[in-house]
Design a protein around this ligand. Structure first.
Ligand code: SF4
Length: 128
């Protein structure tokens, strides 16, 4: 590059003031870029929380399956340890499916395979 070209580049200058609308648009674009970066960080943190929650659920389900599988109150997959009120039964059915709760002798009881984590938090487990 010749000395003449370098001198030309060093002295370039605008002859008119910058368009204020363009400056405003650039500011908005910068603001949006900052917000997108911020959202990206939040999504990364959220993903990490989801990963931890998934791992916790896997552990709870493993413990739950073992506890219900070894519990005297488990009668062919139906938990005989808990009597569910009708409104809770309806809520559970809407979340886990119509066969998640069954009625036996006018008592609502849950199917343990529909709630694999339940044994992990159950305080009335009785080992066979
Ligand atoms: S551990 Fe609790 S939920 Fe599971 S079968 Fe026994 S009483 Fe029912």
């Amino acid at each position: 590059m010749s000395e003449q070209t370098q001198a030309h580049r060093a002295t370039i200058a605008a002859e008119v003031p910058p368009n204020p609308e363009v400056i405003e648009v650039r500011k908005v674009v910068n603001d949006v870029a900052e917000k997108v970066n911020s959202i990206g960080s939040e999504i990364a943190a959220f993903r990490e929380h989801v990963g931890v929650t998934r791992a916790l659920l896997i552990v709870l389900e493993s413990i739950g399956v073992w506890k219900c599988g070894s519990c005297k109150m488990n009668m062919n997959g139906i938990c005989g340890g808990w009597r569910l009120p009708e409104d809770l039964s309806s809520s559970l059915k809407s979340v886990a499916g119509g066969d998640a709760v069954i009625q036996q002798d006018n008592v609502y009881r849950l199917r343990v395979d529909k709630f694999p984590f339940i044994g992990a938090v159950c305080p009335i487990h009785i080992h066979r």
